[in-house]
Design a protein around this ligand. Structure first.
Ligand SMILES: O=C(O)CCC(=O)C(=O)O
Ligand SMILES: [Fe+2]
Length: 370
């Protein structure tokens, strides 16, 4: 195909060799300049058991821009897993209301971030990673209710990458990284109801305090990330890692999920050499929530639950919010009072035909109290 001696391919060559105003190779403009995957970040431990780490500067601004560009045309409504085996996905907008974009594994930045997570994990090596996933929450309450990232039963759909043995092996999500790509929003914290809250002295730009409640509240901060370990030593999931994306009241929150998969089995070079639910996790790993402390009002705190739930058990907790152990206790308490009152009224009615001094009986024994 030629026109006045100019071939289409030579024209394209000229166009594609024009200097571009950025240095990252993105999908539509491959091979444009060098991209170093090196990144210095700092970490803060938020919890030792289960291990939860806050990562400052996990992502560079150019990487974020690149990822957002890559995701732009790939968004669809976020799904949740229907069963416990991580296979069938369904739409459930009560549970999760957001948009998800799966990114191509072979993209240079996605590959780099996969390696960055692997290097953070150091000795805890494992063999496979899922496609990176961007999650976008918009104004008006987009959220993700409390869930865990691990599958109840290991997935059995992956062969070991690079291995001659192509038979599918059991795997689960060993660790999660959730990084923030956009933080231009009100609320939308990542909330771990079973983890200890940060101290009052913690950086208020990154963390919020849970009013009168346990729980760790992490605010979306662009470029920063959270890492947590999903599994017990016996390969089963750790309930204490349950977390939620609280509703975004205004603006937009965008995050990135990076999930490393553990393929179980010593022959696979796995960190956890077995998946064995019959082996008990060590005692400090058992999945009991932290005891609820006596609520103490704290200044400048953010309430992760609606006011009614954390200020004196006045009403049942709306189910779209993650329920804390304390909120559960409040509900049980209110139900108990309600049942007691109804029982008292029935007993009173039963006394009337017997001719007893019902007022005395009522005042002495039956007057409902709370
Ligand atoms: O939105 C958040 O803060 C958490 C998102 C999350 O947990 C997930 O996508 O699995
Ligand atoms: Fe999650």
């Amino acid at each position: 195909l030629s026109n006045h001696g100019v071939t289409l391919s030579s024209t394209l060559d000229k166009i594609t060799s024009l200097p571009l105003p950025f240095s990252l190779p993105i999908e539509e403009q491959p091979d444009v300049g060098p991209y170093s995957c090196d990144q210095s970040y700092t970490i803060e431990l938020l919890s030792i058991d289960p291990l939860v780490i806050y990562i400052n500067n996990f992502l560079r601004d150019e990487e974020i821009e690149h990822l957002l560009n890559l995701g732009k045309t790939r968004f669809g409504t976020s799904m949740v897993f229907a069963g416990s085996d991580g296979v069938k996905e369904v739409l459930n907008r009560t549970m999760r209301s957001s948009q998800t974009a799966f990114l191509p594994k072979e993209d240079v930045v996605c590959e780099c971030l996969t390696k960055r997570m692997q290097s953070l994990l150091g000795n805890v090596q494992h063999v496979e990673v899922e496609a990176l996933q961007i999650v976008k929450y918009a104004t008006g309450g987009d959220h993700y209710r409390s869930h865990t990232d691990w599958f109840d039963a290991p997935k059995v759909d992956l062969p070991i990458p690079g291995s001659k043995d192509r038979s599918p092996k059991p795997s689960n999500r060993l660790g999660s990284i959730f990084a923030y790509l956009e933080d231009d929003c009100e609320r939308g914290e990542t909330y771990f109801p079973h983890l200890p809250s940060v101290l009052e002295s913690a950086d208020g730009a990154k963390f919020a305090l849970a009013a009168g409640d346990t729980g760790l509240l992490v605010k979306p901060r662009k470029g920063n990330a959270l890492f947590w370990n999903n599994l017990h030593g016996n390969g089963t999931g750790d309930e204490r890692t349950a977390h939620a994306g609280l509703p975004v009241e205004s603006g937009t929150k965008i995050g990135l999920n990076i999930w490393r998969l553990e393929v179980f089995g010593p022959e696979n070079g796995a960190y956890y050499t077995t998946y064995d639910p019959d082996v008990l996790p060590s005692s400090n790993e058992v999945s009991t929530p932290n005891p609820t402390p006596t609520p103490t009002p704290r200044p400048s705190s953010v309430d992760p639950l609606p006011a009614s739930a954390s200020s004196g058990c006045a009403h049942p907790i709306p189910t779209h919010e993650p329920r804390s152990p304390r909120a559960d206790r409040c509900m049980q308490y209110e139900t108990m009072i309600y049942v007691k009152n109804i029982a008292a009224v029935f007993t009173y009615l039963a006394y009337i035909p017997s001719g007893a001094n019902v007022d005395r009986v009522w005042n002495k024994f039956l007057r409902p109290s709370n």
